[in-house]
Ligand binder design. Structure first.
Ligand code: 5GP
Ligand code: ZN
Length: 111
């Protein structure tokens, strides 16, 4: 499959993996937008957030994001979880993923 995240999951492309389970892989973003910028990616190729039917999987993704926030030292200072979906939100990789961002002050509303 011609999907960059599937290639990362299959280890055809190298990445900085910080957590891996049967269902999930978490990697550092190649183009970080904050001192901590980690992608939480389900291993199953699902393109869009609204196509995920497995509610438990969604919960696990949020849970691991919080655990990583703690490990990366941004739990107390603050962090943001972003899920870009489709064109207006700027989704550029068609394999669903959560962004975990932190380590700097973030603006609201987001751009
Ligand atoms: P999106 O724009 O779809 O919300 O997020 C895609 C993210 O994937 C971007 O932040 C981009 O920097 C990241 N990304 C794209 N290709 C690669 C890659 O090969 N390795 C890693 N680690 N991140 C990538
Ligand atoms: Zn994929």
């Amino acid at each position: 499959m011609n999907c960059i995240f599937c290639k990362i999951i299959n280890k055809e492309i190298k990445s900085d993996i910080i957590y891996e389970s049967e269902e999930l892989i978490c990697i550092r973003d190649i183009n970080p937008q904050a001192p901590v910028h980690i992608l939480i990616i389900p291993k199953k190729h699902i393109e869009k957030l609204y196509e995920i039917e497995d509610e438990l999987l969604l919960g696990k993704m949020l849970k691991i994001a919080c655990e990583i926030a703690k490990k990366e030292g941004i739990k107390e200072t603050g962090f943001r979880i972003v899920i870009n979906t489709n064109k207006n939100a700027g989704q550029s990789v068609e394999h669903v993923h959560f962004h975990l961002l932190g380590g700097r002050l973030m603006l609201w509303p987001p751009g």
